[in-house]
Write a protein that binds this ligand. Structure first.
Ligand code: ADP
Ligand code: MG
Length: 282
């Protein structure tokens, strides 16, 4: 968002490289990635499967470290730049790709996991979480167990758990990937409103180009593995935004700019005409 603090980099990544031992050989996953996220911005990363998007978030969160290059996370709370993985660990709210709720804990007790890890008593943590269950669409379901919730609700419970960590940088790895199309749209609109009211800095990974454009100030497009940012697109659509915008000409123009390189780098296979499938007796 165009606020005065928006010019201050929260995350600055320069030329990071990362290799893993994959299929019997050392292979480069990230090949010189640069990324800047300013305070209060919503930035999305789009790219084909396996191009290193989750690896990049793991590195920002301090769960992994690059082989070379620099990563800086600016912590207002600590008043310093966090440059090593160890320093960054625990300093971001991170909702990982497979962020499952614990089935044996109620919704409320799932949301307070992070607060408990921080040392709060269950009672204090529950009191804090209860202040937000309404805004997160969980009111009345606090004492239900995750299996009794819809996909969207489970996702909002995982969001609340992440947000309650109280960090000003939030990393979201394909949070809506498993939701049906309508729930997904509802969740996107809900996240837009939440972000507009919370002044958090968000980095979102998604496969969905519409989602990236609708939510973001800027979109980074990554190449297939080894991943690097091949296109950086400023999304100058007005805010507040709402889902209806995806059908506007301005939106379509931006979408075309992203889709063209994305299609070019996604492997395609040629359709071959077949006479029949599953013939009897074969
Ligand atoms: P994306 O999120 O873009 O789909 P990932 O970052 O999860 O991609 O993974 C990129 C590549 O690196 C994949 O081939 C994956 O198997 C591999 N990879 C990721 N993490 C590790 C790890 N800790 N050890 C070995 N290989 C890994
Ligand atoms: Mg991933």
């Amino acid at each position: 968002m165009a606020t005065e603090t928006a010019v201050k980099p929260k995350i600055r990544i320069e030329s990071i490289h990362k290799s893993y031992f994959i299929d019997g050989a050392q292979q480069e996953v990230l090949a010189g990635v640069d990324l800047v996220v300013n305070a209060g911005e919503f930035v999305s990363i789009v790219g084909p499967s396996g191009c290193g998007k989750s690896t990049l978030l793991n590195i920002i969160a301090g769960l992994d470290q690059p082989d070379s290059g620099s990563v800086e996370l600016s912590s207002e709370r600590l008043g310093e730049l966090l440059k090593t993985a160890g320093e960054r660990l625990g300093q971001t709210g991170y909702m990982q790709q497979k962020d499952l709720l614990l089935p044996w804990r109620s919704v409320l007790d799932n949301t307070i996991l992070g607060l408990e890890l921080k040392g709060l008593s269950k009672k204090q943590a529950r009191e804090q979480a209860l202040e937000y269950t309404e805004a997160f669409g969980l009111k009345g379901f606090e004492h239900h167990y995750p299996f009794a919730l819809s996909g969207g609700m489970r996702q909002r419970a995982a969001f609340l758990r992440t947000m309650l960590m109280g960090q000003d940088v939030v990393l979201l790895d394909e949070p809506f990937g498993a939701l049906d199309a309508l729930t997904r749209i509802q969740m996107q609109e809900w996240l837009l409103q939440l972000w507009e009211s919370l002044s958090k800095t968000i980095v979102l990974i998604t496969h969905d180009v519409d989602e990236a454009l609708l939510l973001s100030d800027r979109v980074y497009l990554m190449s297939a593995r080894p991943g690097r940012a091949t296109l950086v697109l400023d999304v100058d659509l007005p805010r507040p935004r709402h889902y209806d915008m995806v059908t506007t000409p301005d939106f379509s123009t931006l979408k075309a700019q992203l889709m063209e390189p994305l299609r070019a780098q996604t492997q395609t296979f040629k359709f071959q005409a077949i006479k029949s499938v599953g013939q009897a007796g074969s």
